[in-house]
Ligand binder design. Structure first.
Ligand SMILES: [Zn+2]
Length: 460
């Protein structure tokens, strides 16, 4: 079987119909082939050139090729509670209160199979790098992050795990119940252990680890500050939810007498090594603060719409130079792990908020590629250029849904019903070919179904 991790040194992506490179110059090329060697893009040229015999070839004729998409916010374990009826129709706080007790069942096996399922879905959508924010660590199950890193390696996707945490339970004024919060010293010790065990700081890394206390209403300010100190000592990135809902803004004003951003600033949580998910409730002054400090933002359009959280001011953030990436968010507030769909949603939501001329499909693609790469602190992915990692997504231009979209392949693929990649290539390895995953996920999917059913039956 040819699949993720199988050893081919060179790969020729042959005869792409159109390539959107996503580089600073906005390069687009028609009718080219791309040679990948040792996981890097080696050469881009016309198919008629004299190409060396590659170990493996992929036919990209009839395809739009873009840099592999990068997902900068997800909670993979939530694939076990998709479209979960008791939580539907709730806003964020109500939704979390319904789901915390269900998620308290999470163990190593469920963390593993849920990551396999979510990451496989992401690959099918053309995503080649995903982060994950795993903040539910029920007592007694210490190695959930190791389980999802194992799943990522078997899936063949590039993976940024973040060690999430919750320490402020309901009895201390937080939102989560007692049985899903942890001791703060234990959180920090486990974070340091995971960085030592799995974080690869080198260019081309397939696995990195960051630190990610969950939100201002589920951890203490002290844990936020100590996490920031630890991340900087270890040289890893910081991530959390911030300014997602009006309720969070009210909570912070009431409890701390400041906005979420003022709280973040006081706790040393602004800087080029920090990225926040959501940023829906962000003032113009706070946008300036994000820009000055180089703090990144992940836009999660579908999740914000499902929970009715509001609209992230994406065009205003970009106008001030804030790095903005894209994310699915967890599969219980999106219900799909489909980053291509998020590209389309980002374009549509920006039109709704700022007007039909405010944001193009290319702008949305930039969020999912180089914008996301900036959030993760990576300059080796996010564009198609010689020397960059060979992470590519190829979308079919010749399917039924593209019929009639003949003028502009980029606008065509984003706006029409194309959702699945024809081929997805990660670090020069073919993870999806002709719309199908090259690795066998059937056992993990079957187990995932069984566990999700057990959780649902235990809840009803
Ligand atoms: Zn989230």
């Amino acid at each position: 079987m040819t699949g993720p991790g199988s050893p081919h040194r060179s790969l020729l992506v042959r005869s792409a119909e159109h390539v959107w490179c996503g580089d600073a110059a906005g390069t687009e090329l028609a009718g080219v082939s791309i040679l990948c060697v040792d996981g890097r893009i080696d050469r881009i040229g016309v198919p008629a050139e004299d190409w060396p015999k590659a170990d493996r070839e992929v036919d990209a004729s009839g395809c739009l090729v873009v840099p592999g998409l990068i997902n900068t916010h997800h909670h993979l374990y939530q694939t076990l509670t998709r479209a979960f009826s008791p939580a539907l129709g709730c806003d964020l706080f109500g939704w979390l209160k319904v789901l915390y007790p269900v998620w308290s069942r999470l163990d190593e096996e469920s963390a593993y199979v849920s990551a396999r399922v979510g990451l496989a879905e992401l690959l099918l959508s053309g995503c080649t790098t995903s982060s994950d924010h795993l903040y539910v660590h029920p007592r007694g199950h210490a190695d959930l992050i190791a389980a999802e890193i194992r799943a990522a390696r078997e899936t063949g996707i590039r993976f940024h795990a973040t060690r999430g945490s919750m320490s402020l339970s309901e009895k201390d004024g937080g939102l989560p119940p007692d049985d899903v919060v942890e001791d703060e010293d234990q959180i920090l010790a486990d974070s340091e252990r995971l960085v030592a065990a799995f974080h690869d700081p080198e260019p081309g890394a397939m696995v990195r680890v960051g630190l990610a206390p969950c939100s201002p209403f589920s951890v203490t300010p002290d844990l936020m500050r100590r996490s920031a100190e630890l991340a900087r000592r270890l040289g890893v990135r910081l991530h959390t939810h911030l300014a997602e809902t009006k309720s969070e803004l009210d909570y912070c004003r009431e409890r701390f007498g400041e906005t979420p951003y003022e709280l973040a600033g006081r706790l040393d949580w602004l800087g080029p090594d920090v990225w926040f998910a959501h940023a829906v409730w962000t003032s113009q002054l706070e946008i300036g603060m994000l820009a000055r400090t180089g703090t990144g933002i992940t836009h999660c359009p579908t999740s914000n719409m499902i929970l009715g959280s509001g609209m992230c001011p994406v065009t205003d953030l970009l106008a001030e130079g804030v790095p903005v990436g894209l994310g699915c968010d967890g599969s219980a507030s999106n219900d799909a792990s489909d980053l291509w769909q998020e590209v389309r949603q980002a374009m549509l939501l920006a039109h709704l908020r700022s007007g039909a001329d405010a944001f193009s499909s290319r702008d949305a693609l930039r969020l999912a590629t180089n914008g996301s790469a900036a959030c993760l602190g990576r300059d080796d992915i996010g564009s198609i250029e010689p020397g960059k990692r060979a992470d590519l997504a190829c979308y079919p231009l010749d399917g039924l849904s593209m019929a009639g979209a003949a003028l502009d392949p980029v606008e065509g693929v984003v706006r029409t019903g194309v959702r699945r990649a024809a081929h997805t290539i990660v670090d020069g390895h073919v993870a999806v070919e002709d719309g199908r995953l090259t690795a066998d996920h059937s056992a993990a999917i079957a187990r995932h179904r069984a566990i999700a059913r057990e959780w649902a039956e235990a809840t009803s």
